[in-house]
Design a binder for this molecule. Sequence first.
Ligand code: NAD
Length: 486
Amino acid sequence: MAEHDSPWAGAIYVDGRFRPPAAGGSLPVRDKSSGEVFDLAGGADTAEVDAAVASSLIAQREWAARPYGERAAILRKAAAALEQAGGFAELIVRETGSIAGKADYEIGAAAGELIEAAALASRPVGEVLRTGHADRFSVSERVPVGLVGVITPWNFPLVLGMRVIAPALALGNAVLLKPSPETPVSGGLAIAEVFDQAGAPPGIFQVLPGGEEVGRRLVEHPDVAMIHFTGSTAVGREIARTAGSLLKKTSLELGGNNALLVLDDADVEQAAMIGAWSSFHYQGQTCISAGRHIVGRQVADAYLRDLTDRAAAVTVGDPLRDGTGLGPIINDAQLERARRLLDDAVEGGARILTGGTNEGRFFRPTVVVDVDPASALWTEEIFAPIAPVAVVDSADEAVALANDTGYGLVSSVVGSDVHRATEIARRLTCAMVHVNDATPQDEPLAPFGGIGHSGLGGRAGGDSNLEEFTERRWRTVASSPVHYPY
Ligand code: NAD
């Protein structure tokens, strides 16, 4: 998958082949560390969406009618093709500005999604129901939703796409993917190459790189039966409004402002390691990063010292260089937003213990205390390697502070008394909670999702995918026509 022989140069992926968009649009593929444009992807427009929808609908009917084993086999082949795809990890590193470890994680996790989805294809398609009618056969059967429009962000472009594409295809749907314009290749066209190599039939999986207008058309198109969106809460709201008026099935995986609770009996060294990973991993640019550290007073000084030391020790720079811990912030707009959040908080009285500086888009991991709980740094999603820390006097205060947000994605609780930590975890209002571990967690079999401002719709992973990508149909059969009074 080296640059020179990339099949996607200047292309979109439709009807089972890479071809230039009819209107000739293109998107630069940028190395986020150097700023260099190292490739060009095709840029779709709304006419391409309409054409791709039409061919997807035809392909989906044939795909859904195939024996499940054929769908499963293609997903397994795609997993093998992904694992063997030389160069995919480097693409992720360059396009997302992440270190190699995060790219390797994405490839392993995406292959895991494909393998689990292959197993999903053979799951029962419904249940035989008891019925109060003599001579009636009554079943609840699962049928594919149809055509699923998938819109993804740039931060984990491969795995966030695959966790939707793979189960949707396994269950007989077709997928039209619009990746973020920041990651048209690792979030789209390179995934298409994997399915192409696996022998996926034309039209069941198509990729249309593009901007907002392509996403909007996908949402508005009457023949797109479902929209699966992963991205910001602001865009999620807009999609919910449009899809709501069209009565379209949607699944929205949105932002977070996640709390990490460090209890007063925590092992400080362990807690600080978990805290550092939760806030700094991939420059803090994940929906499941910790944006709020809530720490018991008895351990607060030691925790701040240890967290500050860990932050100060991280090497920030070119992710392709050995020993680099953090790469660049994805783009200037995100950098300026992070700077503004931090600078405003400092103006409001917050103190920076380490970091707080940036060289271009390379932002030093930052620990900050005395943050006004009304400041945007505390109330909004940060998406940069910044760890705001608040000190509390009791577990009740920690729970109240953690729950004082409209978001509801993930929280973590760290403490030596596991029973107590678990009881506190159960009081937190969020869709995912971890005891004695970092906030960024994901597994193919676990129900990943959010409540409140963090999500709407279903969950990704395991059996949740059956609910997500099928509709229930009640079917009855009488062995002879039933008589009525008139
Ligand atoms: P974004 O919302 O700006 O964009 C996401 C996608 O939506 C992109 O493909 C974009 O082109 C498209 N888009 C933008 N406007 C649109 C519109 N009006 N209609 C249709 N599509 C539109 O998000 P981003 O900056 O790419 O990603 C970061 C955000 O994603 C963060 O808020 C993060 O928390 C969230 N996220 C959530 C999860 C999760 O699982 N909950 C996972 C990763 C990222």
